[in-house]
Design a protein around this ligand. Structure first.
Ligand SMILES: Cc1cc2nc3c(=O)[nH]c(=O)nc-3n(C[C@H](O)[C@H](O)[C@H](O)COP(=O)(O)O)c2cc1C
Length: 328
């Protein structure tokens, strides 16, 4: 149903990886391989241009746009619609009017959720389908349960609408398990972070490949005080040794900065890592992107899911899709 509705070959989606990690190259490579490639959120006009570039790089293939609600501005709607995306994935907030307008434009709306109440709310807002996020997931977390516990609950709530599984799926075994459990597809973030087309700083990718564990923290929460899963670096070693979440005082400061961040231009976010220092734990959610100074990887969030421990090489995104597809 999902595959036919979106014109996909495979029910395999690449998660929007924010902060510039997932741009046109990654989304288009996934789309060319038959999956759902996703351009992550950028300032509105730049996002429109990046989506059009993705469509040019993968002619005739559906492309999705990911809107992180705390950073979504009114102008995103027109740019996303004009770019002709097949689907929009919403995460971390609700806006029934946005859902209505996207659907009116013929766009399929998927809402990533982390608990039953959010699942019900997303469907009440009119979402066409859900992404059930489990605690194994990398990046920001709404999840409260293991992927395999939450997935059946979300499927029941969705009552026939498609539910995709997210969190810990990186190979054919995970895909097979998700389809056996009734998922309409899978959403993978960490697997696509570790691809050649992903714009993460090369040292960020290397740290994730070498990781022995991940940490769920609040440390990189300046302007967005939400839980996120990362691989350890100098910042987490210094500030999360006693408490994974990080110092309570910093949590307090981060929460106070949230209203300010909602009015800040999105374009300012990638500038933050330049000013971040190990000695001062005021860390924005912006990740280290290729081209930034090497020192950035020790003062920025190395977002990754628990499956980072099991992935041992960076591969092309088309190959990643092929590996996952063996589980179908
Ligand atoms: C590096 C990274 C960045 C992420 N950024 C976003 C984002 O911008 N928007 C979003 O909806 N989800 C984001 N996520 C979460 C994914 O949507 C998804 O829940 C998660 O990747 C699934 O778990 P996995 O990493 O084990 O595959 C991110 C995940 C990772 C690993």
């Amino acid at each position: 149903m999902l595959v036919e509705r979106l014109g996909l070959e495979l029910p395999i989606a690449q998660a929007g990886l924010g902060g510039g990690l997932a741009g046109a190259e990654l989304a288009a490579a996934v789309a060319r391989a038959g999956g759902l490639g996703t351009v992550a959120i950028l300032p509105p006009a730049r996002m429109g241009a990046e989506l059009r570039r993705a469509r040019d790089l993968a002619p005739g293939r559906p492309i999705a746009a990911n809107l992180l609600m705390p950073f979504t501005r009114p102008a995103h709607l027109e740019h996303v619609i004009e770019a002709g995306v097949a689907a929009v994935v919403l995460f971390f907030g609700f806006d029934a009017e946005l859902v209505r307008r996207l659907r009116k434009a013929g766009i399929f709306v998927l809402h990533q959720v982390g608990n039953p109440a959010q699942a019900r709310r997303a469907l009440a807002d009119g979402a066409d389908g859900l992404i059930a996020q489990g605690l194994q997931a990398g990046g920001h977390l709404l999840a409260e349960q293991d992927t395999w516990d939450f997935l059946p609950a979300a499927i029941e709530i969705a009552d026939g609408r498609p539910v995709l599984a997210a969190g810990g799926i990186h190979d054919a075994t995970g895909v097979a398990r998700a389809s056996a459990a009734g998922a309409a597809g899978v959403v993978c973030g960490t697997r696509f972070l570790l691809t050649t087309e992903c714009a993460a700083h090369p040292l960020y990718k290397r740290r994730v490949l070498a990781a022995a564990r991940t940490v769920e923290t609040l440390l990189f929460g300046l302007g967005w005080a939400a839980r996120h899963r990362v691989v350890e670096n100098a910042a987490t070693a210094r500030w999360c040794a006693r408490r994974d979440a990080g110092p309570r005082a910093i949590e307090w400061v981060n929460r106070r900065t949230e209203p300010l961040a909602r009015h800040m231009p999105l374009a300012a976010l990638p500038l933050a890592p330049r000013t971040q220092r190990l000695a001062l734990p005021l860390y924005s959610p912006a990740p280290a992107i290729a081209g930034m100074a090497d020192r950035a990887v020790d003062v920025t969030p190395l977002y990754a899911g628990e499956c980072a421990v099991a992935i041992d090489e960076v591969i092309g995104a088309e190959q990643a899709v092929a590996v996952l597809a063996r589980g179908l």
